[in-house]
Design a binder for this molecule. Structure first.
Ligand code: ASP
Length: 318
């Protein structure tokens, strides 16, 4: 049994741990397909209550964490947005978290902006923390579900050449995926406007493609990203208009004609139709966007299960 751990970035996970989580996620998936539940035995008897605190908006991440928790028999208290919290009365995010910690939850799931230093704050909390997306920095559970979606094809990870297209610089999905995909043996390339490309020294071994067609020619996985307008310093970036962005970097059926016939098309959502991709692209049989969403439930369940069991010294599941 491992010791309790938080998941703040993908660097917190060893390859062995990732493979363990993937095998649990696969099991949850196959059990669910057979019986509409995760396992016959679940956590109900342990009476664990999780605190979900989302300082930034979320649909998929928040709801799939909730879905996974309920299917594991865990209880959840949640702060879904700051607008119905005492932050509107001037309370700081740190005070908010410390007060919820005083209620003694069994695990934190936190989404926050870059101004909240999760790395510094998580160790001050009395229980483990899962990062559900922190600013432009990290989104480890998205990378886990993306990687699991490739892993479950049963093709060796070293055969994947993943092209990440779009706002790579400001995307926490991209930074977490760089680490996890490379750790698992996949190759990674990027393509997008120059001002949205990452600093090369931060991400060595990443191929940079100036032209989307060249990137698609190299890749067998195309991971499309949303432009993170909310994280840009207005005016400081030289960006094409959204329609010319679509012309240059938008993924369309036309462009995908030359893409690997066994290729995989991904997007973490939410999608801006007509910008980073055309709606028709979602109908391509190589597109796994909703499969990614489904896998989010299983991988997050696997992670919560592992952290709770490690904090509970194995516990006795009823
Ligand atoms: N849902 C992902 C995230 O929270 C991707 C995005 O928002 O573009 O980072």
């Amino acid at each position: 049994m491992s010791s309790p751990y938080s998941l703040l970035t993908t660097k917190d996970l060893s390859k062995e741990k990732i493979l363990h989580l993937f095998s649990r996620a696969s099991l949850f998936k196959s059990e669910f397909k057979k019986s509409n539940q995760f396992l016959q035995k679940n956590f109900e008897s342990l009476n664990k209550t999780l605190a979900f605190v989302f300082f930034e908006n979320s649909t998929r991440t928040r709801m799939s964490f909730q879905m996974a928790a309920y299917r594991l028999g865990l209880k959840v208290i949640s702060m879904d947005s700051i607008t119905n919290s005492s932050i509107t009365k001037g309370e700081s995010q740190l005070d908010t978290i410390l007060n919820i910690d005083a209620m003694k939850p069994d695990l934190f799931v936190i989404r926050c902006g870059d101004s909240f230093n999760l790395k510094e704050i998580a160790p001050q909390l009395s229980v483990p923390t899962i990062n559900a997306g922190s600013g432009a920095t990290a989104h480890p559970t998205q990378a886990l579900l993306d990687c699991f979606t490739l892993y479950e094809t049963r093709r060796p990870m070293s055969q994947f050449r993943v092209l990440i297209v779009g706002d790579v610089r400001y995307s926490r999905v991209a930074s977490s995926n760089f680490n996890l995909l490379q750790q698992m043996g996949a190759e990674v390339g990027v393509c997008g406007p120059e001002s949205l490309m990452p600093d090369q020294e931060k991400f060595p071994h990443v191929k940079v493609f100036k032209k989307l067609d060249e990137g698609l020619d190299w890749a067998n996985v195309c991971m499309i990203l949303r432009i993170q307008l909310e994280r840009h310093d207005a005016g400081s970036l030289k960006l094409p208009s959204l329609s010319s962005y679509h012309e240059i970097f938008g993924v369309t059926p036309e462009r995908l004609k030359a893409f690997d016939s066994d290729g995989i098309i991904m997007h973490p959502g939410p999608i801006n139709h007509g910008v980073e991709l055309s709606t028709e692209t979602l109908k391509d049989p190589r597109c796994v966007v909703l499969n990614q969403v489904e896998n989010g439930v299983y991988t997050r369940a696997a992670l919560m299960e592992d952290i709770i069991l490690s904090s509970n010294n194995g516990g006795n599941l009823g």
